[in-house]
Design a protein around this ligand. Sequence first.
Ligand code: ZN
Length: 113
Amino acid sequence: MHEMSLCEGIRQVIEGQAEAHGFSRVAVVRLEIGRFAGVERAALDFAFDVVMRGGVADGARLEIIDLPGRATCFDCAAEVDLDDRLAPCPRCGGGRLLPVGGDEMRIKDLEVN
Ligand SMILES: [Zn+2]
């Protein structure tokens, strides 16, 4: 379950931001998560609650922004959105796709008190 280590990374970033910008409570944490990042939502919610305990984001709300999977098709040269990493090209049906996005996971912003 890599959600736990993801949340530990998030906590480090938040604590660093808190120190740099002088806030002490975080109300909302917004994450952008690509569809191919392999993050399980329920596991992430659980890990977030556990990992944030006792820190500046203790009790903060976690909001997730889904980013689509993106790939470039070698057959029709289009850049397309994909729901599934193994799906064929939605334009030409070709199967030779190079993923160009959808693996990312980053903190979009924080609402602080
Ligand atoms: Zn194509």
